[in-house]
Design a protein around this ligand. Structure first.
Ligand SMILES: [Zn+2]
Ligand SMILES: [Zn+2]
Length: 140
């Protein structure tokens, strides 16, 4: 928790119990959740928290570069608590998002082909390993 307090204070964000709980959830679950998933979990610990508080906190985290929004599903925002750039794989079958550990040649670059890079997102879609295995079993 102390580490999370430092992260918020470094970004000049007041570390309220609500903000810390949201960040703590993202820190412990690297499942790229929706705001609703975060709300459902945090509400069990802070019953007075509102959805608006969750949305506003996430917005504040994004504005300060603490949390990355993922638009990979095309229908909802998923949230990622990480400072290191990495690519993502979205399973069109189960809806899970996985980190793709790839050596992207552009990760270390600030400029590429004349463009100034501020954010890096690589999106891949398909059927995940777990779903493929399940499918294979069902056909035998
Ligand atoms: Zn899947
Ligand atoms: Zn990720």
């Amino acid at each position: 928790m102390e580490n999370l307090i430092n992260i918020l204070e470094d970004a000049n964000i007041k570390p309220t119990i609500e903000r810390l709980s949201i960040l703590n959830y993202l820190d412990r679950n690297h499942n790229h959740p929706t705001a609703s998933m975060i709300f459902d979990e945090v509400e069990t610990k802070i019953p007075t928290i509102s959805k608006t508080t969750v949305y506003n906190s996430l917005k504040l985290f994004i504005e300060n570069g603490i949390v990355t929004p993922l638009y990979i599903t095309g229908s909802e925002i998923r949230y990622d608590f990480t400072t290191k750039p990495h690519h993502h794989f979205f399973c069109e079958n189960c809806g899970k998002i996985f980190d793709l550990v790839v050596d992207c040649p552009i990760f270390s670059k600030k400029h590429f082909q004349g463009h100034l890079i501020r954010q890096q997102h690589g999106y891949f879609r398909g059927i995940c390993k777990d779903c493929l295995e399940k499918e294979a079993k069902e056909h035998h």
